[in-house]
Design a binder for this molecule. Sequence first.
Ligand code: ZN
Length: 251
Amino acid sequence: MKKEEIERAAQDLYDAKKTIAFTGAGISVESGIPDFRSSTGFWSRFNPEEYATIEAFRANPKKVWKMLKEMTSLLYQAQPNPAHYGLADLERLGKLQAIITQNVDGLHQAAGSRNVIEFHGSSATLSCLSCRRTVRSETLSLDDLPPTCPDCKSILKPDVVFFGEPIPFEAHRGAMEAARTCDLVLVVGTSVIVYPAAEIPITAKQNGAKVIEFNVEPTPLTADVSDYLIEGRSGDVIPRVVEALKTILGQ
Ligand code: ZN
C-alpha cells in the first residue's frame, strides 16, 4: 500500500456525493473470526451441506447446534477492530451513507455504525421455526445451548441466512437501492464471488459508480469491476484513508 493510493482513496471519498461500503469476512478476521471458507474456517471442519443448510437444520437442529455453539462463542468474544471503527468514523463525517455487510457478527454496529444492512442476516436474534417467536441472543447463556422457544419448546434458529434460505427481503431491496444510487463503493475484505452478494458492486459499477477495493490480494473483482485495489489488511488501510480524508476536510 502506497501513500499515493491512500490519498487517492481519500480524495475520491471527499469528491463522492453518496458512498457505500460493502464488507465481508476479511474485515472481521482481525477481530478473531476466521473466514468460514478459509482453510481454518468452519467449512473445513463442518461440511456446510450437513451443518449449514436450512434442510439440515430442520432435519436435525441438535446436530447443527454443535457447529452453531462454536460459532456463537466465537462471535460473543469478538470485538470491532480499527477497520470497523474507521468506517464508523466515515459515517460520522458524513462521508459514508450505508454499510452493506455479508457478516453476521454485529461488529459494525458495535463500532458505532448506524446504517448497516445485514445481507446475510444477524446473529443478534434467533427465531422459532414452529411459532415464529423471536428471542434476542444476549438473553441466552452459552451453557444452555441449544436454546429452545419459550412458547413451544422447539429448538431456536439464529436469524443468519442458511444455505437454501433467501436473502431477507428488506436487506436485499435496501442493498440494491443503495447500489443503484451511490457514486462510490468501498469493497472491504470480500472477494464477492457469491451471488446474489456479487450483484452489489457490479450493479453500482453499471450505474456509473467508482469502485475502490480493499483486500489483502487481488480478487475476481480486481480486473473487471474495481477501479483500483489497495492491498493490505483493512485494519491498517482504512484508518489511514480516514486520516487522509480528515486532512482534506481540515479536521
Ligand atoms: Zn416456538
